[in-house]
Design a protein around this ligand. Structure first.
Ligand code: 3PG
Length: 403
């Protein structure tokens, strides 16, 4: 993969594919992380005299021009982040309006084009739509790791049409995740939480081959416990997933990967804020209660184990962290990981929408070695899949190498 740092962009029109799919409430961006993390690439391109044609998807308007999915509010956030820059928002990502705005650009200017997904050609990875987009650039930069699991016109087909490069955020994500998963310092502990085993089978299977310890948390842990004959009361549990659990455990066993399950739990009769809670050993969960968080014994065990591992990969909370007080287990373990990282004893990498929200709420995110901007793409990476957005950049490099 070629880096944007290695190309002369002076006076060139650079199509920059970003992931500006940020949370929005009442027309205001409520979390600017993805925009903040894009700034180094924007600033580099500006310093190097590029004309930046910024493209992104926003939400899932499914090929229709639906006002609530406009990227316009993002232009305001960008202007606030880069007050010196000339930033123009254009109502469409193809056609005459976009063409005219790009023609009028000076080096250092930024034109933000409207949501790519207003056009069905984007998600269809349509050749003609990719041609339309490619016309606007002399070269193409993909800085949207978090959209790299999509083979869309702006992440895949376009890379065959222009010299293609990875942006700084894309490179940072790939390097951090490769270091944690492909070439880590051992032992490696993976924390995999979330509600359903069935959505994380591929992740667990792949991690069973790569990690030394997998801590299973969240609702998924109940399914594992149930498969071991534990009575989990009214807990969220996939009773028909016993076969899957056994298969994953078999794979882990073959690769000498230890699977760690909770030994105690915080339970309640309902998943409601402020509800009365109890603590129970896993072998004595009351029939009328639900497991909603890991208990203190499990937290202490995980903290002890953390002290012995060198790399931590985290995807998925340990409990129902959105509702107090069921965040405590996740927060306590996250803070311990952050502390060990700060002391230089641990490499910690977290990713996935819920996980990042939990790490931030715990005040642990800033001390983690790396927090990915990706949700779905991070999961597919953990599954060991090739991401089409990265493959497209790599294919382009191979072709150039051959000619
Ligand atoms: C994300 O938020 O994970 C990315 O922007 C991808 O969005 P998508 O799932 O709608 O493709």
């Amino acid at each position: 993969i070629r880096s944007i740092e290695d190309v002369d962009t002076e006076n060139k029109r650079v199509i920059l594919r970003a992931d500006l799919n940020v949370p929005l409430k009442d027309g205001e961006v409520t979390d600017t992380t993805r925009i903040d993390r894009l700034l180094p690439t924007l600033e580099l391109l500006q310093r190097n005299g590029a004309k930046i044609v910024l493209i992104s998807h926003f939400g899932r308007p499914k090929g229709e021009r639906i006002a609530e999915y406009s990227l316009k509010p993002v232009a305001d956030t960008l202007r606030a982040a880069l007050p010196e820059a000339k930033i123009e928002f254009v109502q469409d990502c193809v056609g005459k309006v976009a063409h005219d705005a790009i023609e009028a650009m000076e080096p250092g200017d930024i034109v933000l084009l409207e949501n790519l997904r207003y056009h069905p050609g984007e998600e269809a990875n349509d050749e003609a739509f990719a041609d339309e987009l490619a016309k606007f650039g002399d070269l193409y930069v993909n800085d949207a790791f978090s959209a790299a699991h999509r083979a869309h016109a702006s992440t895949a087909a376009i890379a065959e049409r222009l010299p293609a490069y990875a942006g700084l955020l894309m490179l940072e994500e790939i390097r951090a995740l490769e270091k944690a998963l492909e070439d880590p310092q051992r032992p490696v502990m993976a924390v995999v939480g979330g509600s359903k085993v069935s959505t994380k089978i591929a992740v667990l299977d792949n991690l069973a081959q790569k990690a030394d310890i997998i801590v299973v948390g969240g609702g998924m842990a109940n399914t594992f416990l149930f498969a071991h004959g534990v009575d989990v009361g009214k807990s969220l549990c996939e009773e028909d997933a016993t076969g899957l659990v056994k298969r994953i455990e078999g794979h882990a066993n073959q690769s000498d990967c230890e699977i760690v399950l909770p030994t105690d739990a915080v339970t309640a009769k309902a998943l409601e804020a402020g509800v009365e809670t109890e603590q129970h050993s896993i072998s004595s969960i009351p029939a009328d209660s639900m497991i909603l968080d890991v208990g203190p014994e499990t937290v202490a065990d995980l903290k002890r184990r953390l002290a012995d591992v060198k790399t931590l990969l985290w995807n998925g909370p340990l409990g129902a962290f959105e509702i107090a007080p069921f965040e405590e287990g996740t927060f306590e373990v996250a803070r311990e990981a952050a502390r060990l990282t700060k002391e230089g004893k641990l490499v910690s990498v977290g990713g996935g929408g819920d996980t990042v929200a939990a790490l931030k709420a715990a005040g642990a995110a800033d001390d983690f070695t790396y927090v990915s901007t990706a949700g779905g793409a991070f999961l597919e990476w953990l599954e060991g899949k090739q991401l089409p957005g990265i493959a497209a950049l790599a294919a382009e490099t191979d072709e150039t190498a051959e000619t």
